[in-house]
Design a protein around this ligand. Structure first.
Ligand code: ATP
Length: 254
């Protein structure tokens, strides 16, 4: 279980996270939704120890845990909003590098890398460097790297960006299977249809706080209560209405 308690973050004077509290249960695939600039990547970076928070606490498995500890890093896999990889490595070389970083035994990581390359449909030869991969291929390298050490927790910022829908289906199935075995997965994404399919709960980050954290059936009820029942996709329409801050939906010169 991941428990975020009153997380705060300021960039200079801009208070982006004003007190974010969220519980992600074991076995849950949790969506973190929010408009552009809501602070989702900021929260993900705090959870991955790239950024320091200005306040609040984080518990993993009911323990106050230091985010830069080896123990925490060993349990968690990340995908960041800007994919991280080493440009002049092939996918296999990069995955070997990451596996060594986690100090995984070679006899374990070698077959796992082959499995991940095949699963992600990434090049199995070392002919091309990652810098020459397509956007979707780079995203898959990031995901494979997040999975290499079989983490219990996955923290994923836009993991499906550029990934083809066949692979998305496979990856979603994998996430569901991981969750059924006790993993805890936090995903930010703007791809509503994917999120709606794979996630158990949907938290909305807005104005620096979590406004709600609901299941799909709770969201459906809320959508009807708020007058979106007749819409083609009531939940999507309801979420769109919450995420938009602007009343202006057209521009005059088009
Ligand atoms: N390093 C930084 N320095 C200053 N401001 C920042 C920095 N990183 C993010 N911000 C600001 O914090 C706010 C939240 O940004 P963040 O990237 O967390 O949003 P987001 O919800 O992930 O958005 P998106 O959906 O567009 O990826 C934005 O106003 C952004 O300009």
């Amino acid at each position: 279980m991941i428990i975020l308690k009153n997380i705060k973050k300021k960039y200079d004077k801009q208070e982006v996270l004003k007190g974010v509290s969220l519980e992600v249960a074991t076995g849950c695939v949790q969506a973190l939704l929010g408009a552009n600039g809501a602070g989702k990547s900021t929260l993900i970076k705090i959870l991955s120890c790239i950024l320091k928070r200005n306040g609040g606490g984080i518990e993993i498995d009911s323990e106050q845990i230091s985010l830069d500890s080896y123990e925490y890093r060993r349990k968690v896999g990340y995908v960041f909003d800007q994919p991280i990889y080493i440009e002049k490595f092939s996918a296999r070389e990069y995955l070997e590098f990451v596996a060594e970083m986690y100090e995984l035994p070679k006899q374990d990581y070698k077959p796992r890398i082959e499995e991940l390359l095949a699963f992600m449909e990434l090049p199995i030869d070392n002919k091309k460097w990652i810098e020459d991969y397509s956007k979707g291929m780079k995203a898959k390298v990031s995901l494979a790297a997040a999975l290499i050490h079989q983490p219990k927790y996955l923290i994923l910022d836009e993991p499906f960006d550029g990934v083809d829908f066949v692979s998305v289906q496979k990856i979603c199935k994998l996430f569901r299977s991981m969750a059924s075995k006790g993993a805890c997965i936090l995903i930010t994404s703007h791809q509503y249809d994917i999120i709606a399919e794979v996630c158990d709960r949907f938290a909305l980050l807005k104005e620096g706080e979590i406004k709600f954290n609901l299941t799909m059936s709770e969201l459906e009820n809320q959508a009807v209560l708020h007058g979106f029942g007749e819409d083609k996709n009531p939940v999507k329409a309801y979420l769109e209405s919450l995420m938009s801050n602007s009343q202006k939906n057209e521009i005059s010169f088009l």
